[in-house]
Design a protein around this ligand. Structure first.
Ligand SMILES: CC(C)(COP(=O)(O)OP(=O)(O)OC[C@H]1O[C@@H](n2cnc3c(N)ncnc32)[C@H](O)[C@@H]1OP(=O)(O)O)[C@@H](O)C(=O)NCCC(=O)NCCS
Length: 177
């Protein structure tokens, strides 16, 4: 695999506001359909959400990479102990947790995930005052593990059982901010 061609021209990273809820919902439903085993949240958890509920969960802790024409290409979310996730790994003091990392299939291998992870690191450093970036990745998800290694994340030795795949672990990886 690897890079299929150069970086996407005109791509930009935006931080979401509640008014972006529709684009957030579309991408979230798309990712949970495309890659259900990569996330703890399931499609069933979100598909009945109302506009009001989408708006409440759509804020500036979620980054979206967009093509020049505005089409969403990828996303991730950064959470801290003050705003912890509902499921999975909980961030400790000084941690910024990176989760819900996703790039649409047509945009993979083009550096979208690199731009998103760099932006998450900048947010953790400049705004959140975090000391450590931490995430969880399913042990069989070799593409994601490769990306995180490329970005300096190493296995911490901690893990959680995958919520739906018996015998499979979600491994914790971390790097200093
Ligand atoms: C994980 C994800 C965000 C990575 O984005 P991407 O654009 O595909 O990543 P890249 O192409 O930059 O890098 C993938 C790396 O894994 C490698 N790779 C891909 N498939 C692989 C496989 N089956 N085995 C081993 N390595 C693999 C690629 O060669 C590349 O390595 P390189 O940097 O040495 O060339 C994207 O694949 C995705 O959204 N997947 C579905 C959701 C998901 O798994 N999210 C992560 C949850 S923790």
């Amino acid at each position: 695999m690897g890079r299929s061609s150069g970086p996407l021209e005109g791509m930009r990273v935006v931080r979401l506001t509640p008014d972006d809820w529709r684009s957030y919902a579309d991408l979230r439903i798309g990712m949970l359909t495309d890659a259900p085993d990569a996330f703890w949240t399931t499609l069933a958890d979100v598909e009945e959400r109302t506009e009001e509920e989408w708006r409440r969960s759509c804020d500036d802790r979620t980054l979206q990479a967009r093509a020049a024409d505005g089409r969403p290409l990828g996303t991730l979310t950064v959470l801290t102990p003050e705003v912890p996730p509902h499921v999975g790994l909980l961030p400790g003091a000084g941690d910024a947790l990176v989760l819900a990392v996703y790039v649409i299939p047509e945009a993979r291998g083009r550096g979208v995930v690199d731009v998103l992870l760099d932006a998450a690191r900048a947010m953790a450093r400049d705004e959140l005052g975090a000391r450590r970036l931490v995430l969880q990745v399913t042990e069989t998800n070799l593409a994601a593990r490769r990306v995180y290694e490329r970005h300096g994340y190493v296995l911490t030795g901690h893990w959680l059982p995958h919520p739906r795949q018996p015998g499979v672990r979600d491994l914790e990886m971390a790097r200093p901010v």
